[in-house]
Design a protein around this ligand. Structure first.
Ligand code: NAP
Ligand code: MG
Length: 404
């Protein structure tokens, strides 16, 4: 059988635990039998990050910048327990955080909608994609526990020495103070990444903030979004994409009765909270995909879930597992389709679409892992095993004619 050629190397970032086990199966059974692709491989498994002093993460991010598209397996973000478990030199940073910072990227999370796993919200028919601004606000704050009576002030000292001062509160007893900030540059690159995504996906874009209350801080977000929308007005019009600004509480209320098919751009905290609400509302973490997009158009695709540690320990004990690989399969197809689009090779895009169709047909026909079987609208007697599911997808894929 002649394989489909991928013109440009694809950057592959391997990871940890159960997702690493599935990763290899997906690659060997679903991708490599059909694609002739040069995979530039980086092993971001915990052991290799430790032995390279995390250089491998930086090298992987540089490779994505060089080639444009990467696909990443879930990785452990070490905590104190992991330092002991893996005998680590230190508690290394989150690889996702490192890569996001190096690409100045925005994360878009999009659920995979299947008819046999209906969303909890009746109105939702199409995916709702969420973009979370990943810099500043309460995630880079300064806080003080106020011991007792006193005055809290906001003070800015400019590079020229000029100061601006405002009273935050006059305390008569104990309390708390928090200082938060953001930068025009970061807000602007977030807005640009959202517009680039919306135009590339041809999806309506929403943004919400609380500018009626926060007339300077939240209003700055609203204004920068408006400027960037104006700057790309022609591209938006050509792609048939509209922009909708609303108060955040109004946006939340509207999302609950909207049919979906939109990109919802969120400030950092709103995105943190709302992405978890959407993930559980759409069914399962195993059906949530994630893509990191840089303002200059570099892409890294992954599943939104973690390394599924509990299933991995079962796997190590030789027990049968039923871990959902759909989001990881879609990480591969997302990356392959984007590679084909950038290279101008429609047969590569077509292969990715066929693999997605094969995976979805399996689920629709009742072959699914335990996480979906529990919430499916049809009765599933026996959930598929981790490998059994991938084998069934492989068989379906081989039966499809996806060659252009
Ligand atoms: P997790 O791996 O997402 O798993 C949490 C739970 O969700 C699992 O125990 C499982 O529930 C269910 N689940 C998630 N994905 C599933 C799938 N594909 N199929 C079936 N069930 C699935 O999150 P975690 O346990 O909090 O984190 C584990 C490790 O992943 C941590 O070391 C964390 O640092 C890392 N992590 C990495 C990323 C990333 O690289 N993008 C993201 C998040 C977390 P049941 O146990 O009830 O079956
Ligand atoms: Mg959260």
């Amino acid at each position: 059988m002649v394989k489909i050629s991928v013109r440009t190397p694809l950057v592959e970032l391997d990871g940890d635990e159960m997702t690493r086990v599935m990763w290899n199966m997906i690659k060997e059974k679903l991708i490599l039998p059909h694609l002739d692709v040069q995979l530039e491989y980086y092993d971001l498994g915990m052991a290799n990050r430790d032995s390279t002093d995390d250089r491998v993460t930086v090298e992987a991010a540089e490779a994505i910048k060089r080639h444009g598209v990467g696909v990443k397996c879930a990785t452990i973000t070490p905590n104190a327990d992991r330092v002991v478990e893996y005998k680590l030199k230190k508690q290394w940073d989150s690889p996702n955080g490192t890569i996001r910072a190096m690409l100045d990227g925005t994360v878009f999370r999009k659920p995979i909608v299947v008819s046999v796993v209906p969303p909890m919200v009746r109105a939702w028919k199409k995916p709702i994609t969420i973009a979370r601004h990943a810099y500043g606000d309460i995630y880079k704050n300064a806080e003080i526990a106020v011991p007792g009576a006193g005055k809290a002030e906001l003070l800015f000292t400019g590079a020229d020495g000029v100061t601006t001062r405002k009273t935050v509160a006059e305390f008569t007893g104990p309390g708390v103070i928090q200082g938060v900030h953001n930068t025009d540059a970061s807000i602007r690159s977030f807005a640009r990444a959202c517009l680039a995504y919306a135009i590339s996906e041809k999806t309506e874009i929403w943004f919400g903030a609380k500018d009626t209350i926060s007339k300077t801080y939240h209003a700055r977000f609203r204004d920068i979004f408006a400027e960037e929308v104006a700057a790309r007005a022609e591209d938006l019009q050509r792609a048939g994409v509209s922009y909708f600004y609303s108060l955040i509480d109004d946006a939340v209320a509207r999302v609950m009765r909207h049919e979906g098919g939109i990109l919802w751009a969120c400030m950092n905290y709103d995105g943190d909270v709302m992405s978890d609400m959407l993930a559980s509302g759409f069914g399962s973490l195993g059906l949530m995909t994630s893509v990191l997009v840089s303002p200059d158009g570099k892409f890294e695709y992954e599943a939104a879930h973690g390394t599924v540690q509990r299933h991995y320990y079962k796997h190590l004990k030789g027990e049968v597992t039923s871990t959902n690989s759909v989001a990881s399969i879609f990480a591969w197809t997302g990356a392959i389709a984007k590679r084909g689009e950038l290279d101008g090779t429609p047969d590569v895009v077509q292969f990715a679409k066929s693999l997605e169709a094969a995976a979805l047909e399996c689920v629709e026909s009742g072959i699914m892992t335990g996480d979906l079987a529990r919430i499916a609208s049809i009765e599933i007697r026996e959930p598929a095993t981790t490998e059994g599911f991938i084998d069934t997808v492989a068989a379906r894929l081989s039966a499809l004619s996806f060659r252009a």
